[in-house]
Write a protein of this length. Sequence first.
Length: 125
Amino acid sequence: MRRTTWLRLAALAALAAGALTAIACARTINQVLVDPSRYRNHEVSLSGSVVDSYSVGDRGVYRIDDRTGQLWVVSDRGVPRKGAQVKVKGTVREGFNVGGIGDRIKLPAGLGSGILLVETSRKAK
């Protein structure tokens, strides 16, 4: 009986951890754009195709499209080429609150007032 109780508690803990992870990880760009307050200042993972890309040195911004919407991504590690498929992880911020990177690069017009992702890691194909 005790073993069954422990197994149930372990399964419940794993389920709760999975639910908390799902809250912080968006599945689509549209989910972030529809309810940005849910994801603001949380790390999310998104995948998409790069449709715009601008860089200065090793810093820049690029816009990804996952067929549900488009989102700008700010990077301090360079940017992928236009047309690349990317899986990006980062923190959702408002354009006027991009942290220190906003002081180091000039953002494209219109980007400073919207929702964007400050990249923490990226895989590109």
